[in-house]
Design a protein around this ligand. Structure first.
Ligand SMILES: [Zn+2]
Length: 407
């Protein structure tokens, strides 16, 4: 795949494609078409996801309406209560949540939700965007089922500039009205198999969905293009191990595509390694690996990079991407990414477009990942131990909210 073809794919997919939407399915079909151009046939595999249509979302602060987006999957509800800004999660600050609509910094994650619920919050507000940008964009968020586990309180997301205004003015009272229709829908994984000489597989993954404001060029059409280029390479080149390519849907909604794929035993039974691509080929920044497997793989990758003359940094850790469900099922996994400095490229907003991408950098990043994959798929025996070390098991427990990370 040349740089022109790579950049063309970013142009072709310059639209928003959230998990479970018709646009996401359109992208799945587009990827299937790209695979067909290689003379191969990829399957589109549906899996169920919860969906919601917001009919009404209102947030009043001291009687004044603040532009907001209601949390999907938070249920239909109306609350009116004192407004409280939770600045930190120390015991005292949390104890002030009782009976209030609570605004927090950052994402509504699992532990913070449990904390505010236990402390009696009746509604919540999050904010996103950047106070220094001119846009008034508001991301569409959802209260994920593994976060609320049936205990739902209504919430809204607002722009950062509104949030600052609320605190500057000293707003004391809030009201949230949410009305939404909830139903089940489908998201899709696109799966391609290239059988090898032995009945064992290496599975490559990249998600192709985006968040609500984002064209997702960098996050993660870049990785999806990488998978296409790797497939193109191995159509023409020998590989002892079989290769499976999975373009995952609904990653941004909580790794749902990879979780659906990994929930099928036959998909993992003969899988010796997962190689995941999430955000590569941007103009600025450094290339990294994140290994959720034995630490030896870190050394192998950095030695290989030196040998090939490719700059790389990395660590043994859990990566917030589709590699995690594989590792959680005992499949050693590695994610590759080029991480841009925050002031050069950001994600999950309207600024993640083709403007962040560079065709030559894409090609160079893909070449390195092919070189690594080449060695693994042609190994007499895949050298990575098919087990997850204890330190990574603990990180997986933290990441997947089974165990609270120590502060
Ligand atoms: Zn991503």
């Amino acid at each position: 795949m040349n740089t022109k073809q790579i950049m063309q794919i970013f142009e072709d997919t310059a639209y928003i494609r959230t998990g479970g939407s018709p646009e996401e399915l359109k992208t799945a079909q587009y990827l299937q078409g790209k695979v067909a151009e290689l003379g191969l046939q990829a399957a589109i595999e549906p899996f169920e996801v919860s969906m919601a249509t917001m009919q009404e979302a209102v947030f009043l602060a001291d009687g004044e309406e603040i532009p907001c987006k209601g949390y999907l999957c938070a249920g239909t509800a109306e609350v009116e209560a004192p407004f409280y800004y939770l600045r930190g999660t120390d015991k005292y600050s949390l104890s002030q949540c009782k009976g209030k609509i609570v605004m927090i910094d950052g994402y509504m994650g699992y532990w913070i939700y449990q904390d505010i619920l236990e402390n009696g919050a009746v509604g919540f507000v999050t904010y996103d965007g950047n106070a220094n940008y001119t846009d008034w964009d508001i991301d569409q968020r959802e209260l994920r089922s593994y976060v609320h586990k049936g205990n739902r309180i209504p919430g809204v997301n607002i722009n950062t500039k509104s949030a600052i205004e609320l605190i500057r003015k000293g707003v004391s009272h809030g009201k949230i009205v949410l009305k939404l229709e909830e139903y089940m829908g489908n998201s899709h994984n696109v799966v391609l198999e290239l059988p090898g000489q032995i009945p064992e597989y290496i599975t490559l993954t990249a998600h192709y969905d985006s968040t609500s404001l984002s064209q997702g060029a960098y996050d993660n059409m870049s990785g999806s293009v990488g998978l296409l280029a790797i497939a193109e390479h191995f159509v023409k080149n020998p590989h002892r191990y079989g290769l499976r390519f999975v373009w995952c849907g609904s990653e941004e909604r909580g790794l749902l595509g990879a979780k659906a794929y990994c929930s099928k035993e036959e998909n993992l039974k003969d899988c010796v390694l997962n190689i995941n691509l999430d955000m590569i080929g941007c103009i600025m920044g450094k290339f990294i690996y994140c290994v959720t497997a034995e630490e030896k793989l870190c050394h192998y990758i950095s030695y290989l990079a030196s040998e090939l003359g490719f700059g790389i940094d990395g660590r043994q850790d859990v990566y917030s991407s589709d590699s995690t469900p594989f590792a959680d099922q005992g499949v050693p996994a590695v994610s590759f990414a080029r991480i841009a400095p925050q002031n050069t490229a950001t994600i999950h907003n309207s600024y993640d477009t083709v403007a962040l991408m560079k065709g030559e950098q894409m090609a160079a990043d893909i070449d390195f990942i092919i070189a690594f994959t080449e060695r693994m798929v042609n190994a007499k025996r895949c050298p990575v131990a098919r087990e997850i070390p204890d330190n990574m098991k603990e990180k997986l427990d933290n990441y997947l909210c089974r165990k609270r990370p120590s502060k």
